[in-house]
Design a protein around this ligand. Sequence first.
Ligand SMILES: [Zn+2]
Length: 557
Amino acid sequence: MKGINILLLTLIFSFVACVSSKGNKKADMVLLKGAVWTVNPKQPWAEAVAVGGEKILEAGSTVEIKKLIGANTRVINLKGDLVLPGFIDSHAHFIDGGFSLLSINLRDVRTREEFVEKIRNKAEELGKGGWILNGDWDHQQFTPPELLKKEWIDEVTAQNPVCVNRHDGHMVLVNSLALKIAGITRDTPSPEGGEILKDPFTGEPTGILKDAAMELVFIHVPEPSLKEKLKVAEVALRHAAEVGVTSVHDMASASNFEVYQELLRLNRLTARLYVYFPIKEIGNFIRLKLKSPFGNNFLKIGGLKGFVDGSLGSSTALFFEPYTDDPEKYGILVSDMFPEGIMEKRVMLADKSGLQVAVHAIGDKANHIILDIFEKVIAQNGVRERRWRIEHAQHLLPEDIERMSKLRIIASVQPYHALDDGRWAEKKIGKERRQYSYAYKSLLEKGVLLACSSDWTVAPLDPLTGIYAALTRQTTDGKNPQGWIPEEKISLEEAVKGYTLNGAYAEFSENIKGSVEKGKLADLVVLSQNIFKIPPEEIKKTEVKMTIFNGKIIYKR
Ligand SMILES: [Zn+2]
């Protein structure tokens, strides 16, 4: 009896000790006297945050959080600065982004002369044989807008193969040397899902290759070594830290997974990566019986990414009606859609295997087609938490917005595209179709979840420029000061949620990140201005002052 009492006392004592030590748990770091927009509807604002290890211990008033300061706590006085959850970019081409930071930059080129000059300089820098790649040019901003030709650059690149892409990644300009290496001549037919542009008079390839046709040259570009890719990934991670991005959904880069694995092993990942593999890889997933998401909080396999069509800028986005500026063209189905029926088969298989699916669709017909497929598969397999996504969901018939809502499909959207494309989109699709383009407000009103992103390298990675875009819709040419299709502007709260909690939802992680909440991962950003107190136009001038990832400061301005 006595023995039992002692045991009981010991148990009670250790229980009390445990509670009190828990109650006294001190923070490793506290951020005080700020303005914290938590994205937690139960407590939208706080003044201070306590971080312990990799997690948020508490968000609350400065007085409350001060109680968690111990002998070893790092104390940061925010002096009123705004804190948000670390940004989640739901669609980026992360390694490509790193490459673009290191390679030729044609993004701001506006004349033929400047274009040729930059290519010439790069050729001299690389020396004989070096490939000139990436570039991110945009012919729409040339005066006058004209499609590039290989003849512009052949003379300055006799010894360097060139394959530079439009910033949307749906067309490239190659030079004569690259055409020769790839064996493309006037007699080469355009592959299914792509186009080799040919001069209407001479029949010779112009150097422009679209979608699947780009592959004909890509396969000859030497694959960078793992060491090179690691360097590039670290450049990309550094850039992400500078702009407050702590999570990235990386799109369809099977060949880059090795790089992320290696960075994970070296403990050098400073952003959480959620990686999609090309949908054609589905066989491997099924053989392994791999369900998604799979992985840890730093690196996860997210699922499968497919494509229905191309892009608006390249006139390959697929519409029901022809292009206004080219009545012969409706856009194209790209290679993931062939042979016919394969997309449905793969989506069905993915669903039966418990894999998340994200499919690129831009034109109204492309969106309609993929929604038909989703609807069919869901009807057959029954309701469950799929969290399927349409990437871009750019031009939608009103009834398809309804359908997205009904089927609970996530709209994975890139607000900055509206600023870029808004300069010329109306020329391509006319007045009527523009009403349902980049329709963020309409999607929200119908109850569709918006996960926001950059599509880096198509647009800048910086989420603050994306938030600015979603709020103002001011096109980059300054011609729409009140916003292009202003009725589709969304609120700041909605935009921030799109770059945080909704991104977490899109990767099944809303319980561990995406808001500043007790127990969630301590990924935070501190901004140079309180974007809730300034006019939306000023948001683009805001900078990230500090980025905290996994409880550690990884960037300080
Ligand atoms: Zn993309």
